[in-house]
Design a protein. Sequence first.
Length: 353
Amino acid sequence: MIKTDILIIGAGPTGLFTVFEAGLLKLKCHLIDALPQPGGQCSEIYPKKPIYDIPGFPEILAGDLTKNLMEQCKQFEPGFTLGERAETIDKQEDGSFIVTTNKGTKHHAPVVAIAGGLGSFEPRKPLIENIGSFEDKGVAYFIKDPEVYRDKRVVISGGGDSALDWSIFLADVASEVTLIHRRNEFRGALDSVEKVQELKEQGKINLITPAEVINIVGHGKVEGVVVSQSQHIEKEFVVEADHFIPLFGLSPKLGPIANWGLEIEKNAIKVNNALDYQTNIPGIFAIGDVNTYPGKLKLILCGFHEATLMCQAAYQIINPGKRYVLKYTTVSGIDGFDGTRKEAPKAVVKAIN
């Protein structure tokens, strides 16, 4: 039986940052994740994808963000159960919980924080009849290593942030990048849309809209895609390519967590955002992309904010009646569980005092 203060389901960015915030409160954390390594989608699906909205980092690769979060929280010595899925949860008479994984590993904690991101997920595949025969032969639904596409002809299909961001990134890697979207308007960030337009004008990206890929051609591997365009008169033509990457998002599934008695809305866990992101079951919280509430934004930085407030509520559950006085780390420094201490700079402390 693994015992801890806060049991975190999901070792993505939000789960990892929770370890740090809990550590500031002298609370121990243990994380469960079905993936074999920490980082969630950032390490498993797009480690080389640049992220632009992390405060203090104009640009950071998803994999590097994971490394930084691991470095930040390691002083608080988190435990990990990796490669195992949280399967069942049993509430004890004292209000604590026992969570058992699909491999039988048991975890005991007074507080459970579900930070499972989108849960288990599968890519949304386009309705192209022969796409299955080209998977791993030029067709991919994620980009793990951009170097695979070095000096190659790449066709990307989609209209969201992933399609836009990867088109921008690969413009300096691939020999040719073509972005195809079934509408003239994109769903992604305006800044990314403007950047794609700039690269189009510079001849670095071929932009085809409104259009969609309806077939794949090739012998044993992708050699091109058939595009249907219907701006004025519907026409079909072939775009030569070495790789076809449809980025239509993920189809999320909560998995066994959906059977834990939590209040679910559109495959997300409802929480009370007016207080502490607690679910309908006291002691169980949901933070990050896995939760929903009025005005919810599925952004990593929002998950960080939710984790911070959740830890304050968890402290009260674990230490009933004990008052916690918030201290800025610039003043108090950081005491790690491993005995190390990072002092706040004296000049900063003097200035604040």
